[in-house]
Design a protein around this ligand. Structure first.
Ligand code: ADP
Ligand code: MG
Length: 729
């Protein structure tokens, strides 16, 4: 029987990249499946509308009566659009989204049919959620958790073919109140930063009453033909290739980056964009990325909460639409060794309700001081809690990416850009305790003089920094492509909230002592700059020198997840999260536990896949070819040819059998190592064992397998090769 590889390769010729016809105007479909804006206005009474808006804006609790009205309005809208079912939609810690569909349909006591959706169904549900990760927060016998409506994220209709479901974004919490998902802690962090940032902002502008952090993510991904992917069990089960010889041509020509988008990918993009527009996801850009078959899309930034939901939704949409195009979308951070990985840059800033971006340099000395305040506080937050930032992006898949081929290293640092770096230096050297009126004036003018230059300085883009200032926002680049942004956003907003709160306390202290407000602010900023200076790095983050320099500066370089996660268990973290009201200690421990479990499970699955592939796919191909060689050698000898004539065959046979032996031995040893690790009861130790004792076998097995791939007759090799996965369309 022909292997899947060759069937898939034959199939490629017949693929047609049909570009579906779409409504030409995006504005006409945008948001058509979202219960927001004009639609809400249309379906709700004045009273219900006002109370919903109030709840969205100020987080006020909705009265029951209003919930009834809103539910009924939503149902009317949804049914008109052909919806039959509704679902509470949430983001459990499995990393995917969860839906449990219920029908509007019910029976009355007389047996007649009715369609209902009441306030209770909207506001709260109790999914049978016993098998979502909970880190020990719920013993299975009382596996009760509930989902609660989050009115700040609008309901939407998810279409699957002709099926349509009304999805209600919810948070997922245990009956005892602890968060079990990504969203609940995020909402708490957003509330904390709102309060802290408004307090600080009021030093400069009393009119500001609300601050909304903003997020614009950039989603990188790979596309692979579905049939080829199906012939690679590793892609299907692990999302990445665990073996594969480097192709003769890789990304060295850089001919894919920003090149013309291949037709098949283009057809796919248009379709998932169309689905996204209906859901109100404001996708704006699409382009090829550096690696062959790698692409990126990015939306216009939104409030963090909405942006997080939209990214989760987008990943689902991308997966679903890919099937229609017989493609597989790879969201893994490192699907191919030796080739660029995928990230999800999180562009982040804060916006006031008066329409000001707090991280955009201003035009007057006063607004510049406000900018500088938020800028420096963010740097200080990153400095003080670098370990948490490292932890919140830690995952087994991101471990493969950080620090390899064009991805930021595991060392957390901040890139400020040349001009702002100079401004910071100037504040540091010129602000002092005997700060007089004249200095104050000079300093402000200096800042003013420098900052407009920054606006021209868009070329000064350091792409190697994990956390870079890019003109009017910070870009957190270490986030992995498959991650839920909520994880990074919860930590970032929490640490900035805490830093701003402490900042206000210090400044108020100086003001109470009789210092002028601006001077108190300047002096505190100076102190913060000095305190956090070591986190600033303007050079090449990919270089070896930086690793050394960072070590000298005392910056951590934690390369693996199990150890990076320790940051969640420090006293400092517990204090921080308690203070900002995001996690209590129990929740932190639970999360830590869940993340470790996730790590172990994923590495365990990879280990099994590698063992399987080696044993029943790679070795049989090699042995089969080896047998052919042996037959050939014997045959040549039979017809009377001497050693000279079988030299090459013998050499190849010799190499192949060596690789076979090494693979076989290492697969055995890896299985034994797993048995030892599996007996460990301490989950941290178990994760470390998986990382340090089991994962190293992956590289050894891979090395020898890739050698075999090179040596063995191409026709006998069952797994699609890198050149096929990456270059064929
Ligand atoms: P690139 O980084 O690829 O050059 P851009 O800088 O244009 O691209 O934007 C990247 C992302 O940053 C986009 O999603 C954009 O909407 C987002 N962005 C721009 N301004 C802000 C902001 N103030 N807050 C958050 N995200 C922003
Ligand atoms: Mg960017």
């Amino acid at each position: 029987m022909q292997s899947l590889r060759f069937t898939a390769l034959e199939g490629l010729a017949g693929v047609d990249s049909k570009i579906t016809e779409h409504n030409g105007k995006i504005t006409e479909v945008f948001g058509s499946n979202v219960f927001a804006g004009r639609i809400v206005r249309e379906y709700l009474s004045d009273e219900a509308y006002k109370s919903l808006m109030n709840s969205i804006k100020n987080g006020t609790k909705l009265e029951r009566k209003m919930a009834e009205q809103i539910a009924s309005g939503m149902k009317a809208w949804a049914m008109k659009k052909g919806v039959t079912h509704y679902s509470h939609w949430f983001q459990p810690l499995t990393g995917t989204t969860a839906e449990k569909h219920d029908s509007f349909f019910t029976l009355k006591s007389d047996g007649s049919a009715l369609e209902t959706f009441d306030g209770d169904a909207l506001v709260q549900q109790e999914p049978d959620a016993s098998s979502f990760p909970n880190g020990g927060l719920r013993a299975t016998f009382e596996a009760r958790g509930y989902t609660a409506w989050d009115p700040s994220s609008p309901a939407f209709i998810l279409e699957q073919g002709y099926g349509k479901t009304l999805c209600i974004p919810t948070i997922f919490v245990a009956y005892t109140g602890e968060s079990l998902d990504y969203k609940a802690p995020l909402l708490k962090a957003l509330a904390a930063i709102d309060k802290a940032a408004v307090d600080v902002c009021n030093y400069f502008d009393k009119n500001v009453t609300k601050i909304t952090p903003t997020l614009g993510w950039e989603q990188e991904y790979f596309l692979v033909d579905e049939n080829l992917a199906n012939a690679r069990p590793d892609l299907i089960l692990c999302g990445r290739t665990v073996v594969g010889h480097a192709p003769s041509k890789g990304q060295q020509l850089e001919d894919h980056y920003f090149g013309a988008i291949p037709e098949r990918a283009y057809a796919y993009m248009r379709d998932f964009e169309e689905e996204s527009y209906k859901l109100g996801i404001p996708l704006r850009t699409r382009h090829n990325e550096v690696a062959p078959s790698q692409f990126e899309c990015a939306p216009i930034f939104e409030e963090v909460n909405i942006a997080v939901d939209h990214n989760s939704l987008l990943m689902d949409v991308m997966n679903k639409v890919a099937k229609r195009h017989k493609l597989k979308v790879l969201l893994h951070e490192k699907p191919f060794a030796g080739i660029n990985g995928s990230g999800k840059h999180n562009n982040w800033s804060m916006a006031t309700d008066t329409g000001v971006n707090l991280l955009a340099p201003g035009k007057t000395p006063k607004t510049n001081l406000m900018f500088l305040t938020f800028f420096v506080n963010t740097i200080k937050a990153v400095h003080d809690y670098a370990d948490l930032l490292r932890a919140c992006i830690a995952s087994p898949s991101n471990d493969f990416r950080l620090g390899a081929n064009e991805a930021p290293p595991a060392i957390i640092s901040v890139f400020s850009g040349k001009y702002l770096y100079e401004v910071l230096q100037e504040v540091k050297t010129r602000v002092n305790n005997k700060f007089d009126e004249q200095d104050e004036a000079i300093l402000k003018l200096d800042l003013h003089r420098h900052i407009p230059e920054l606006m021209l300085d868009n070329t000064d883009r350091n792409r190697t920094s994990p956390f870079a200032f890019t003109g009017n926002k910070f870009e957190f680049r270490a986030v992995g492509s498959s991650a839920n942004c909520a994880s990074a956003m919860t930590v970032l907003n929490s640490i900035v909230a805490k830093t701003l709160t402490d900042f206000k306390t210090e400044v108020d202290g100086l003001i109470e002592k009789g210092e002028k407000k601006e001077i108190a602010i300047m002096q505190t900023l100076r102190k913060y700059i000095v305190d956090s200076e070591k986190i600033l790095f303007e050079g090449d983050g990919y270089s070896e020198e930086w690793e050394k320099e960072a070590e000298k500066r005392g910056l951590e370089n934690i390369k693996t997840t199990p150890k990076a996660l320790d940051a969640f268990l420090t006293k400092k973290a517990a204090q921080l999260f308690a203070e900002v009201g995001v996690y209590n200690e129990k929740e932190l421990h639970a999360r830590h536990e869940i993340l470790l479990e996730d790590y172990v499970k994923k590495v365990q699955i990879e280990a099994r896949v590698i063992g399987d592939l080696a044993t029943n796919t790679i070795l049989p191909s090699a042995i089969s070819y080896l047998n052919e060689l042996i037959t050939n050698i014997k045959g040549l000898k039979e017809i009377g040819l001497g050693e000279e004539n079988v030299k090459a065959q013998k050499q190849i046979a010799n190499k192949i059998s060596e690789h076979i032996n090494v693979i076989s031995e290492n697969v055995q040893a890896m299985i034994e190592a797993r048995k030892v690790a599996n007996k460990l009861t301490d989950s941290r130790q178990k994760a470390i064992d998986y990382c340090e004792k089991i994962k190293p076998y992956f590289d050894v097995i891979r090395y020898h397998s890739d050698k075999l791939e090179f040596l063995v007759d191409d026709k006998k090799w069952a797994l699609p090769k890198y050149r096929e996965l990456l270059f064929l369309r």
